[in-house]
Structures are given as structure tokens and as C-alpha cells.
Design a protein around this ligand. Structure first.
Ligand SMILES: Nc1ncnc2c1ncn2[C@@H]1O[C@H](COP(=O)(O)OP(=O)(O)O)[C@@H](O)[C@H]1O
Ligand SMILES: [Mg+2]
Length: 286
């Protein structure tokens, strides 16, 4: 079932000369993870802001075409309702932190408090999320004293606690070290396993290869390629359009150029190892 349908969408920011989005057509299916990729200035954040209704509700400008969230036009959604359905995690976790709460537990509770939820239910929900994301050791800390990775996990927790169906996550790991990145992806995988629909802007292509179902590649406001992860990441044309390929794909493509048939092009480490193992056995070298 489709959760978000975007048809012939173009958008021009106020006081701008040209369109930041140009005739975008995308269908987002429920429960799938979509990686939004491409060079800077391609329109990824703008598209995220349309999906969460920030455009056109706060940013005016000129929006043409159709954006349907569960069949209802984005212009007709009430922002309060939409923000409960679609959770948005900012690139900079600092932006997400409210600044009015002095410990992590209360920070995570903030959104539910604003909904006027019963205090006992809030506590229960916050405790559940803290357990699930394994951040119990942070509960009494000041949100501003956390490391980048810890802040990002608290930012994710404060969105996940609201139980949105869709998560839009804009470059969550761009400011994180490998350990922080891994922890954030653990949470993303957890959300995927819970059946959430996820739209993830991310540059780390090896991680996209592992986790994404689909890839949407944007360049200069246009969607220039989209399809299943495997299909996009084994297609050399993606490189010229601004999407790097995983080292395993590059290896596979190189082997193919040398007429060494591995039986396919791998995109992940696991696939690469499996292909090589099969190939060695076939060649009688194992
Ligand atoms: N608030 C804004 N006002 C005017 N132009 C903007 C604004 N935000 C982004 N843009 C422009 O829209 C285009 C797409 O930007 P953006 O969506 O941020 O790309 P990405 O997230 O892929 O880097 C760029 O040309 C950028 O300069
Ligand atoms: Mg961006």
C-alpha cells in the first residue's frame, strides 16, 4: 500500500529565481526504507520538507503538482495531525533539542507533554523508548552535555516516542564518528523491523546498500534515477549522476570488465564474499 504519492511536483522558494524541485514523481510504499541520495543542492532536504508539510505550511513559495499523504493532499492536512504521522529528524541534532528541559528523560517526554497526555502514560512510553534504544544511562544527563552521537540518539528517541508511521531522517550521521553512525543505524534498523516507513537522506553508500530497499537519486532538483537498491547500486550511470557506488559494486563491475563472471554484481560485503566463494569453488580453486 502506498503511503505517500508525489506527482509532477515542482517547487520554487520565495525570493528564488529557479525551481528547487522539478517535476518530481515518487511513490513511497508503507514499511519500506527509501534512501534519498545525491550531491549537495540536489533538493533532498527540500523534498523532505514538502513530505513533512513544512512546505507549503510554513515556507510559502510556489508549489505545483500533487503530494498525497495517505491519499490526502498535503495542503489539506492540518500541521498538528501531520506532525504526529510523520516524524522529522534534523541533520544537526542540536536543532532538535528543545532547550527547555534539563535532563534526557524530560526532553524525550516533551512532545507527549505538549499533546496533553496523562503523566503516567508519558512515563511509561518514555521508559519503553529508553529501554528499546538502550540509552538508560543517559536519562539524567543534560541534553546539551551529550556527545554528538548521544544527542542524535536522544533526538531520535524524542521522535520515536511519538510513534509516527513515517520517519523522515535528514543526514543523521553526517556529524558522527563511525561508532555514533553504527548506533544510529541500529536504531534505524529497529524502526524498519517495526514496520515504519523511512525516508533517509544519507551519503554513506555502504550503509545504504545494507539497509535501504529503494534509492531515489536527486540532482539539481530532479529525480534522475530511482529503483530498488540493488538495481541502482550496480548501475555505473549512477556515478556520473552523483551517487557513489559501494566498493563491492565497483569490484564486481571491474571483474565483469575483465570478463570474470562472478555470477552477478555484489553490493554488500556479505554478497561479495558469497560471490567470490562460489566463483572460487567453480574454478576449482577452493
Ligand atoms: N530557504 C531557501 N530559500 C531559497 N533557496 C533555498 C532554500 N533552501 C534551499 N534552497 C535551494 O534549493 C536547492 C536545493 O537545496 P536542498 O534541498 O537543501 O538540497 P540538498 O538537501 O540536496 O543539499 C539549492 O539550490 C538551495 O540553494
Ligand atoms: Mg540537505
Amino acid at each position: 500500500m502506498s503511503s505517500i504519492t508525489i506527482r509532477n511536483l515542482s517547487y520554487q522558494y520565495p525570493i528564488s529565481e529557479s525551481d528547487a524541485l522539478k517535476n518530481v514523481n515518487v511513490t513511497i510504499e508503507k514499511g519500506k526504507l527509501y534512501a534519498l541520495v545525491g550531491a549537495n543542492g540536489g533538493g533532498k532536504t527540500t523534498l523532505c520538507n514538502v513530505i513533512r508539510g513544512f512546505i507549503p505550511h510554513f515556507y510559502k513559495g510556489d508549489l505545483r503538482g500533487e503530494v498525497l499523504i495517505e491519499g490526502k493532499d498535503i495542503r489539506e492536512w492540518e500541521m498538528g495531525e501531520l506532525s504526529q504521522k510523520i516524524g522529522y529528524v534534523f541533520q544537526n541534532p542540536f536543532t532538535q533539542i528543545s532547550g527547555v528541559k534539563d535532563n534526557v528523560f524530560e526532553e524525550i517526554a516533551f512532545g507527549l507533554e505538549n499533546l496533553g497526555m496523562d503523566i503516567e502514560r508519558i512515563k511509561e512510553k518514555v521508559n519503553n523508548v529508553i529501554q528499546m534504544l538502550e540509552i538508560d544511562y543517559l536519562r539524567d544527563k543534560n541534553p546539551f552535555e551529550l556527545s554528538g552521537g548521544q544527542k542524535q540518539r536522544v533526538a531520535l528517541a524524542s521522535i520515536i516516542v511519538m510513534e509516527p508511521d513515517v520517519l523522515v531522517i535528514d543526514e543523521p550521521t553526517s556529524q558522527l564518528d563511525p561508532k555514533g553512525t553504527e548506533e544510529v543505524f541500529k536504531i534505524i534498523e529497529m524502526m524498519k523491523n517495526k514496520g515504519k516507513t523511512i525516508i533517509l537522506v544519507e551519503h554513506k553508500i555502504e550503509l545504504i546498500a545494507e539497509y535501504a530497499d529503494h534509492i531515489i537519486l536527486m540532482k539539481d532538483g530532479e529525480v534522475v534515477m530511482q529503483g530498488e537498491t540493488k538495481q541502482i547500486l550496480t548501475d555505473e550511470r549512477a556515478i556520473e549522476l552523483g551517487c557513489s557506488l559501494p566498493q563491492y559494486s565497483m569490484f564486481g563491475l571491474e571483474m565483469r570488465k575483465r570478463n570474470l563472471d562472478l555470477g552477478g554484481i555484489p553490493v554488500t560485503e556479505q554478497e561479495a564474499l558469497a560471490f567470490v566463494k562460489t566463483w572460487l569453488e567453480k574454478e576449482g580453486k577452493a
